[in-house]
Design a protein around this ligand. Structure first.
Ligand code: PLP
Length: 412
Protein backbone atom coordinates (compact mmCIF):
# COMPACT_ATOMS: atom_id res chain seq x y z
CA UNK A 1 0.00 0.00 0.00
CA UNK A 2 2.88 2.35 0.88
CA UNK A 3 4.36 1.68 -2.50
CA UNK A 4 1.07 2.57 -4.27
CA UNK A 5 0.83 5.81 -2.26
CA UNK A 6 4.40 6.60 -3.15
CA UNK A 7 3.79 5.95 -6.88
CA UNK A 8 0.65 8.09 -6.70
CA UNK A 9 2.61 10.99 -5.19
CA UNK A 10 5.37 10.70 -7.78
CA UNK A 11 2.82 10.59 -10.60
CA UNK A 12 0.89 13.65 -9.31
CA UNK A 13 4.13 15.55 -8.97
CA UNK A 14 5.15 14.65 -12.53
CA UNK A 15 1.73 15.82 -13.81
CA UNK A 16 1.99 19.11 -11.87
CA UNK A 17 5.48 19.76 -13.23
CA UNK A 18 4.33 18.95 -16.78
CA UNK A 19 1.33 21.30 -16.36
CA UNK A 20 3.58 24.08 -15.03
CA UNK A 21 5.90 23.59 -18.00
CA UNK A 22 2.96 23.87 -20.43
CA UNK A 23 1.77 27.08 -18.73
CA UNK A 24 5.26 28.58 -18.88
CA UNK A 25 5.78 27.57 -22.52
CA UNK A 26 2.43 29.08 -23.46
CA UNK A 27 3.42 32.33 -21.73
CA UNK A 28 6.79 32.38 -23.52
CA UNK A 29 5.10 31.78 -26.87
CA UNK A 30 2.72 34.70 -26.21
CA UNK A 31 5.73 36.96 -25.64
CA UNK A 32 7.43 35.70 -28.83
CA UNK A 33 4.37 36.07 -31.04
CA UNK A 34 3.64 39.50 -29.51
CA UNK A 35 7.04 40.66 -30.76
CA UNK A 36 8.13 41.70 -27.27
CA UNK A 37 10.76 39.02 -26.68
CA UNK A 38 13.87 40.46 -25.08
CA UNK A 39 16.96 38.65 -26.25
CA UNK A 40 20.31 39.25 -24.59
CA UNK A 41 23.37 39.93 -26.69
CA UNK A 42 26.63 38.75 -25.22
CA UNK A 43 29.43 41.29 -24.87
CA UNK A 44 32.92 39.81 -24.81
CA UNK A 45 34.86 42.95 -23.91
CA UNK A 46 34.65 45.63 -21.22
CA UNK A 47 31.94 48.27 -21.29
CA UNK A 48 32.70 51.31 -23.43
CA UNK A 49 31.87 53.16 -26.64
CA UNK A 50 33.38 50.28 -28.64
CA UNK A 51 32.68 46.73 -27.60
CA UNK A 52 32.94 43.20 -28.95
CA UNK A 53 29.67 41.36 -29.27
CA UNK A 54 29.45 37.59 -29.57
CA UNK A 55 28.48 36.69 -33.14
CA UNK A 56 29.50 40.07 -34.62
CA UNK A 57 32.86 40.89 -36.13
CA UNK A 58 35.20 43.65 -35.01
CA UNK A 59 34.49 46.66 -32.84
CA UNK A 60 30.84 47.50 -32.40
CA UNK A 61 29.77 51.04 -31.54
CA UNK A 62 27.78 50.85 -28.33
CA UNK A 63 24.85 53.23 -27.93
CA UNK A 64 22.80 51.54 -25.27
CA UNK A 65 24.70 51.65 -22.00
CA UNK A 66 23.97 54.06 -19.15
CA UNK A 67 27.69 54.82 -19.18
CA UNK A 68 26.90 58.54 -19.48
CA UNK A 69 30.30 59.83 -18.46
CA UNK A 70 32.39 57.00 -19.86
CA UNK A 71 33.58 56.14 -16.34
CA UNK A 72 32.74 52.41 -16.49
CA UNK A 73 36.17 51.60 -17.88
CA UNK A 74 37.99 54.78 -16.83
CA UNK A 75 41.57 53.77 -15.90
CA UNK A 76 41.44 55.50 -12.51
CA UNK A 77 38.09 53.92 -11.66
CA UNK A 78 39.30 50.46 -12.64
CA UNK A 79 42.56 50.95 -10.72
CA UNK A 80 40.66 52.00 -7.60
CA UNK A 81 38.57 48.83 -7.87
CA UNK A 82 41.72 46.71 -8.09
CA UNK A 83 43.30 48.48 -5.10
CA UNK A 84 40.16 47.94 -3.02
CA UNK A 85 40.02 44.28 -4.06
CA UNK A 86 43.62 43.76 -2.97
CA UNK A 87 43.31 45.62 0.32
CA UNK A 88 39.76 44.69 1.37
CA UNK A 89 39.10 41.40 -0.40
CA UNK A 90 36.31 40.23 -2.66
CA UNK A 91 33.46 40.77 -0.27
CA UNK A 92 32.23 40.83 3.30
CA UNK A 93 30.21 37.62 3.50
CA UNK A 94 27.91 39.61 5.72
CA UNK A 95 25.23 42.25 5.90
CA UNK A 96 26.27 45.68 7.11
CA UNK A 97 25.11 45.47 10.74
CA UNK A 98 26.68 42.08 11.49
CA UNK A 99 30.25 42.40 10.24
CA UNK A 100 29.90 44.01 6.84
CA UNK A 101 30.82 47.67 7.30
CA UNK A 102 34.31 48.73 6.29
CA UNK A 103 35.83 52.19 6.45
CA UNK A 104 35.43 52.43 2.66
CA UNK A 105 31.64 52.03 2.96
CA UNK A 106 31.48 54.89 5.45
CA UNK A 107 33.80 56.99 3.31
CA UNK A 108 31.68 56.49 0.19
CA UNK A 109 28.50 57.34 2.12
CA UNK A 110 30.08 60.52 3.40
CA UNK A 111 31.26 61.52 -0.10
CA UNK A 112 27.84 60.85 -1.64
CA UNK A 113 26.14 62.95 1.06
CA UNK A 114 28.65 65.71 0.32
CA UNK A 115 28.09 65.39 -3.42
CA UNK A 116 24.32 65.73 -3.08
CA UNK A 117 24.60 68.30 -0.25
CA UNK A 118 22.40 66.22 2.02
CA UNK A 119 22.88 65.31 5.69
CA UNK A 120 23.62 61.62 5.35
CA UNK A 121 23.67 58.63 3.01
CA UNK A 122 22.98 54.89 3.17
CA UNK A 123 24.31 52.41 0.61
CA UNK A 124 22.31 49.54 -0.88
CA UNK A 125 23.22 46.71 -3.24
CA UNK A 126 21.25 48.53 -5.97
CA UNK A 127 18.95 51.48 -6.45
CA UNK A 128 16.19 48.94 -6.98
CA UNK A 129 16.81 47.96 -3.34
CA UNK A 130 17.00 51.60 -2.24
CA UNK A 131 13.56 52.15 -3.79
CA UNK A 132 12.23 48.89 -2.38
CA UNK A 133 13.46 49.76 1.10
CA UNK A 134 12.51 53.39 1.54
CA UNK A 135 8.75 53.84 1.47
CA UNK A 136 7.64 51.22 3.97
CA UNK A 137 10.08 52.62 6.52
CA UNK A 138 9.04 56.23 6.06
CA UNK A 139 5.30 55.92 5.49
CA UNK A 140 2.61 54.13 7.48
CA UNK A 141 -1.17 53.69 7.08
CA UNK A 142 -1.86 57.28 8.19
CA UNK A 143 0.39 58.68 5.46
CA UNK A 144 0.04 59.17 1.72
CA UNK A 145 2.30 58.75 -1.27
CA UNK A 146 1.68 60.68 -4.50
CA UNK A 147 3.48 59.07 -7.39
CA UNK A 148 3.92 59.97 -11.08
CA UNK A 149 2.20 57.28 -13.18
CA UNK A 150 5.37 56.65 -15.19
CA UNK A 151 7.75 56.22 -12.28
CA UNK A 152 10.33 53.45 -12.52
CA UNK A 153 9.23 49.88 -11.76
CA UNK A 154 11.34 49.77 -8.60
CA UNK A 155 9.51 52.81 -7.21
CA UNK A 156 6.18 51.19 -8.01
CA UNK A 157 7.27 48.00 -6.26
CA UNK A 158 8.61 49.95 -3.27
CA UNK A 159 5.32 51.80 -2.93
CA UNK A 160 3.41 48.50 -3.13
CA UNK A 161 5.34 47.33 -0.10
CA UNK A 162 4.34 50.29 2.04
CA UNK A 163 1.02 50.73 3.81
CA UNK A 164 0.48 54.41 2.98
CA UNK A 165 -2.53 55.49 0.92
CA UNK A 166 -1.59 55.64 -2.74
CA UNK A 167 -2.34 58.48 -5.13
CA UNK A 168 -1.12 58.26 -8.71
CA UNK A 169 -0.94 61.48 -10.69
CA UNK A 170 -0.79 61.82 -14.46
CA UNK A 171 2.69 61.96 -15.92
CA UNK A 172 4.31 65.32 -15.03
CA UNK A 173 0.84 66.88 -14.69
CA UNK A 174 0.96 69.55 -12.00
CA UNK A 175 -2.81 70.15 -12.09
CA UNK A 176 -3.47 66.51 -11.41
CA UNK A 177 -0.82 66.48 -8.67
CA UNK A 178 -2.55 69.43 -7.02
CA UNK A 179 -5.91 67.62 -7.18
CA UNK A 180 -4.34 64.59 -5.47
CA UNK A 181 -2.65 66.79 -2.87
CA UNK A 182 -6.05 68.28 -2.03
CA UNK A 183 -7.61 64.81 -1.82
CA UNK A 184 -4.89 63.52 0.48
CA UNK A 185 -5.00 66.50 2.83
CA UNK A 186 -6.11 64.48 5.87
CA UNK A 187 -2.98 62.30 5.82
CA UNK A 188 -0.24 62.70 8.43
CA UNK A 189 2.87 62.68 6.21
CA UNK A 190 2.73 63.07 2.45
CA UNK A 191 5.48 62.28 -0.01
CA UNK A 192 5.50 63.31 -3.67
CA UNK A 193 7.53 60.75 -5.58
CA UNK A 194 9.01 61.20 -9.03
CA UNK A 195 11.85 60.16 -11.26
CA UNK A 196 14.09 63.19 -11.84
CA UNK A 197 14.53 62.02 -15.43
CA UNK A 198 12.23 59.33 -16.83
CA UNK A 199 14.36 56.61 -18.32
CA UNK A 200 12.12 55.58 -21.19
CA UNK A 201 11.45 59.04 -22.63
CA UNK A 202 14.40 61.09 -21.36
CA UNK A 203 11.95 63.74 -20.11
CA UNK A 204 12.53 65.70 -16.92
CA UNK A 205 10.14 66.11 -13.99
CA UNK A 206 8.91 69.71 -13.47
CA UNK A 207 10.62 69.84 -10.10
CA UNK A 208 10.14 73.54 -9.47
CA UNK A 209 6.37 73.23 -9.85
CA UNK A 210 6.37 70.03 -7.82
CA UNK A 211 8.29 71.70 -4.98
CA UNK A 212 5.98 74.74 -5.08
CA UNK A 213 2.94 72.51 -4.74
CA UNK A 214 4.56 70.31 -2.10
CA UNK A 215 5.35 73.38 -0.01
CA UNK A 216 1.86 74.80 -0.48
CA UNK A 217 0.29 71.55 0.79
CA UNK A 218 2.94 70.58 3.35
CA UNK A 219 4.30 67.50 1.53
CA UNK A 220 7.86 66.17 1.18
CA UNK A 221 9.52 65.52 -2.17
CA UNK A 222 11.45 62.41 -3.24
CA UNK A 223 13.31 62.02 -6.54
CA UNK A 224 14.97 59.05 -8.20
CA UNK A 225 18.07 60.41 -9.89
CA UNK A 226 19.45 57.29 -11.58
CA UNK A 227 19.44 59.01 -14.98
CA UNK A 228 20.69 62.37 -13.72
CA UNK A 229 23.35 61.89 -11.06
CA UNK A 230 26.78 62.86 -12.34
CA UNK A 231 25.83 64.86 -15.42
CA UNK A 232 22.66 66.94 -14.99
CA UNK A 233 23.22 70.44 -13.60
CA UNK A 234 26.32 72.63 -13.70
CA UNK A 235 28.20 70.35 -11.26
CA UNK A 236 26.45 67.12 -12.19
CA UNK A 237 24.54 66.97 -8.93
CA UNK A 238 21.33 66.11 -10.74
CA UNK A 239 17.98 67.44 -11.89
CA UNK A 240 17.47 69.19 -8.57
CA UNK A 241 20.64 71.20 -9.19
CA UNK A 242 19.74 71.91 -12.82
CA UNK A 243 16.30 73.17 -11.82
CA UNK A 244 17.54 75.09 -8.77
CA UNK A 245 15.70 73.06 -6.11
CA UNK A 246 18.47 71.18 -4.30
CA UNK A 247 17.36 72.62 -0.96
CA UNK A 248 13.68 71.87 -1.63
CA UNK A 249 13.91 68.16 -2.49
CA UNK A 250 14.09 66.16 0.72
CA UNK A 251 15.13 62.66 -0.32
CA UNK A 252 17.17 61.44 -3.29
CA UNK A 253 17.73 57.85 -4.38
CA UNK A 254 20.27 57.08 -7.05
CA UNK A 255 22.54 54.42 -8.48
CA UNK A 256 26.23 53.70 -8.71
CA UNK A 257 25.44 51.49 -11.67
CA UNK A 258 25.15 54.14 -14.37
CA UNK A 259 27.18 57.39 -14.57
CA UNK A 260 29.10 56.80 -11.31
CA UNK A 261 31.38 54.07 -12.61
CA UNK A 262 28.67 51.66 -13.67
CA UNK A 263 29.54 48.76 -11.38
CA UNK A 264 26.52 48.33 -9.10
CA UNK A 265 24.96 49.73 -5.98
CA UNK A 266 22.45 52.34 -5.00
CA UNK A 267 21.86 54.76 -2.16
CA UNK A 268 19.52 57.13 -0.39
CA UNK A 269 20.62 60.61 0.67
CA UNK A 270 18.49 62.79 2.91
CA UNK A 271 17.87 63.93 6.49
CA UNK A 272 19.98 62.12 9.10
CA UNK A 273 17.05 60.75 11.15
CA UNK A 274 15.65 59.13 7.99
CA UNK A 275 19.00 57.53 7.13
CA UNK A 276 19.40 56.35 10.75
CA UNK A 277 15.92 54.78 10.62
CA UNK A 278 16.65 53.09 7.28
CA UNK A 279 19.73 51.47 8.84
CA UNK A 280 17.45 50.06 11.56
CA UNK A 281 14.45 49.03 9.49
CA UNK A 282 15.03 48.95 5.73
CA UNK A 283 14.69 45.33 4.70
CA UNK A 284 16.95 45.25 1.59
CA UNK A 285 19.67 46.89 3.73
CA UNK A 286 19.21 44.66 6.76
CA UNK A 287 18.88 41.37 4.91
CA UNK A 288 21.32 41.64 2.01
CA UNK A 289 25.08 41.51 1.68
CA UNK A 290 27.31 44.60 1.88
CA UNK A 291 28.52 46.18 -1.34
CA UNK A 292 31.72 44.38 -2.42
CA UNK A 293 34.91 46.39 -1.81
CA UNK A 294 35.93 46.59 -5.52
CA UNK A 295 32.52 48.07 -6.30
CA UNK A 296 32.92 50.57 -3.46
CA UNK A 297 36.44 51.41 -4.68
CA UNK A 298 35.26 52.11 -8.24
CA UNK A 299 32.30 54.24 -7.15
CA UNK A 300 34.38 56.21 -4.65
CA UNK A 301 36.89 57.16 -7.33
CA UNK A 302 34.09 58.16 -9.71
CA UNK A 303 32.58 60.45 -7.05
CA UNK A 304 36.01 61.87 -6.23
CA UNK A 305 36.57 62.70 -9.91
CA UNK A 306 33.24 64.52 -10.01
CA UNK A 307 33.87 66.36 -6.74
CA UNK A 308 37.26 67.51 -8.04
CA UNK A 309 36.10 68.93 -11.38
CA UNK A 310 32.87 70.05 -13.02
CA UNK A 311 34.29 69.36 -16.48
CA UNK A 312 33.40 65.65 -16.45
CA UNK A 313 29.77 66.43 -15.67
CA UNK A 314 29.63 68.70 -18.70
CA UNK A 315 31.28 66.27 -21.09
CA UNK A 316 28.15 64.62 -22.51
CA UNK A 317 25.97 67.66 -23.36
CA UNK A 318 27.43 68.67 -26.76
CA UNK A 319 27.47 65.08 -27.96
CA UNK A 320 23.84 64.65 -27.03
CA UNK A 321 22.84 67.73 -29.01
CA UNK A 322 24.86 66.58 -32.03
CA UNK A 323 22.94 63.29 -32.13
CA UNK A 324 19.53 64.82 -31.44
CA UNK A 325 19.93 67.58 -34.06
CA UNK A 326 21.24 65.29 -36.81
CA UNK A 327 18.55 62.67 -36.23
CA UNK A 328 15.76 65.25 -36.18
CA UNK A 329 17.10 66.77 -39.42
CA UNK A 330 17.02 63.29 -40.96
CA UNK A 331 13.30 63.00 -40.15
CA UNK A 332 13.31 60.84 -37.01
CA UNK A 333 11.21 61.65 -33.96
CA UNK A 334 13.36 61.83 -30.86
CA UNK A 335 11.51 61.99 -27.58
CA UNK A 336 12.64 63.80 -24.39
CA UNK A 337 14.50 67.03 -23.91
CA UNK A 338 18.25 67.58 -24.22
CA UNK A 339 19.01 64.39 -22.29
CA UNK A 340 21.54 61.75 -23.41
CA UNK A 341 18.64 59.29 -23.42
CA UNK A 342 17.46 59.77 -27.01
CA UNK A 343 14.46 57.54 -27.72
CA UNK A 344 13.99 57.10 -31.47
CA UNK A 345 10.21 56.65 -31.60
CA UNK A 346 8.97 53.89 -33.93
CA UNK A 347 5.64 52.71 -32.50
CA UNK A 348 5.70 49.08 -33.60
CA UNK A 349 7.55 46.56 -31.40
CA UNK A 350 8.62 44.30 -34.24
CA UNK A 351 9.91 47.25 -36.28
CA UNK A 352 11.98 48.43 -33.31
CA UNK A 353 13.48 44.99 -32.87
CA UNK A 354 14.16 44.47 -36.62
CA UNK A 355 15.75 47.89 -36.96
CA UNK A 356 17.98 47.25 -33.94
CA UNK A 357 19.13 43.96 -35.54
CA UNK A 358 19.89 45.76 -38.81
CA UNK A 359 21.82 48.45 -36.95
CA UNK A 360 24.00 45.77 -35.40
CA UNK A 361 24.80 44.44 -38.87
CA UNK A 362 26.09 47.96 -39.59
CA UNK A 363 28.24 47.83 -36.47
CA UNK A 364 26.01 49.92 -34.17
CA UNK A 365 24.60 48.33 -31.04
CA UNK A 366 21.22 49.72 -30.03
CA UNK A 367 18.22 48.01 -28.48
CA UNK A 368 14.52 48.10 -29.24
CA UNK A 369 12.24 48.71 -26.24
CA UNK A 370 8.71 47.43 -26.27
CA UNK A 371 5.85 46.49 -23.95
CA UNK A 372 5.88 45.97 -20.95
CA UNK A 373 8.94 48.21 -20.58
CA UNK A 374 7.12 50.97 -22.52
CA UNK A 375 3.37 51.27 -23.26
CA UNK A 376 1.92 49.23 -26.15
CA UNK A 377 2.24 51.03 -29.49
CA UNK A 378 5.11 53.18 -28.22
CA UNK A 379 8.04 50.94 -29.11
CA UNK A 380 11.30 52.69 -29.73
CA UNK A 381 15.03 52.31 -30.02
CA UNK A 382 16.54 53.97 -27.00
CA UNK A 383 19.88 55.49 -27.92
CA UNK A 384 22.12 56.58 -25.07
CA UNK A 385 24.94 58.99 -25.65
CA UNK A 386 28.14 58.75 -23.63
CA UNK A 387 30.88 61.30 -23.08
CA UNK A 388 33.21 58.58 -24.37
CA UNK A 389 31.66 58.72 -27.88
CA UNK A 390 33.56 60.76 -30.44
CA UNK A 391 31.78 63.03 -32.93
CA UNK A 392 32.64 60.44 -35.59
CA UNK A 393 30.98 57.70 -33.54
CA UNK A 394 27.81 59.78 -33.35
CA UNK A 395 27.85 60.54 -37.07
CA UNK A 396 28.31 56.85 -37.84
CA UNK A 397 25.31 55.97 -35.70
CA UNK A 398 23.18 58.63 -37.43
CA UNK A 399 24.25 57.30 -40.86
CA UNK A 400 23.33 53.75 -39.81
CA UNK A 401 19.93 54.98 -38.58
CA UNK A 402 19.28 56.72 -41.88
CA UNK A 403 20.21 53.59 -43.84
CA UNK A 404 18.03 51.24 -41.75
CA UNK A 405 15.28 53.85 -41.43
CA UNK A 406 15.04 54.07 -45.23
CA UNK A 407 15.02 50.29 -45.55
CA UNK A 408 12.04 50.06 -43.20
CA UNK A 409 10.24 53.13 -44.56
CA UNK A 410 10.64 55.16 -41.36
CA UNK A 411 12.40 58.07 -43.11
CA UNK A 412 12.63 58.92 -46.79
N1 PLP B 1 15.49 53.79 -10.89
C1 PLP B 1 15.59 54.07 -12.20
C2 PLP B 1 14.92 55.30 -12.72
C3 PLP B 1 16.33 53.23 -13.05
O1 PLP B 1 16.43 53.51 -14.36
C4 PLP B 1 16.96 52.09 -12.51
C5 PLP B 1 17.71 51.15 -13.37
O2 PLP B 1 17.34 50.76 -14.42
C6 PLP B 1 16.81 51.84 -11.14
C7 PLP B 1 16.07 52.70 -10.36
C8 PLP B 1 17.47 50.65 -10.52
O3 PLP B 1 18.84 50.94 -10.41
P1 PLP B 1 19.88 49.77 -10.09
O4 PLP B 1 20.35 49.24 -11.41
O5 PLP B 1 20.96 50.41 -9.29
O6 PLP B 1 19.12 48.74 -9.31
Amino acid sequence: RDRINYLHTVLSLAISIAEARTVLEHELETIRTGGTWKGERIITSKQGPRINVDGSHGDILNFCANNYLGLSSHPQVVEAGIEALKKYGAGLSSVRFICGTQDIHKDLEQKLAQFHEREDCILYASCFDANAGLFEVLLGPDDAVLSDELNHASIIDGIRLCRAKRFRYKHMDLNDLETQLKESQSSRLRLVVTDGVFSMDGDMAPLKGICDLAEKYGAMVFIDECHATGFMGPRGRGTDELLGVMDRVHIVNSTLGKALGGAAGGYTVGPKPLIDLLRQRSRPYLFSNSLPPPVVGCATRAVELLLASNEIAQSVGDKTMRFRNKMTEAGFTISGSDHPICPVMLGDARLASLMADDMLKLGVYVIGFSYPVVPKGKARIRVQISAAHTDQDIDRAVDAFIQTGRKHGVVS
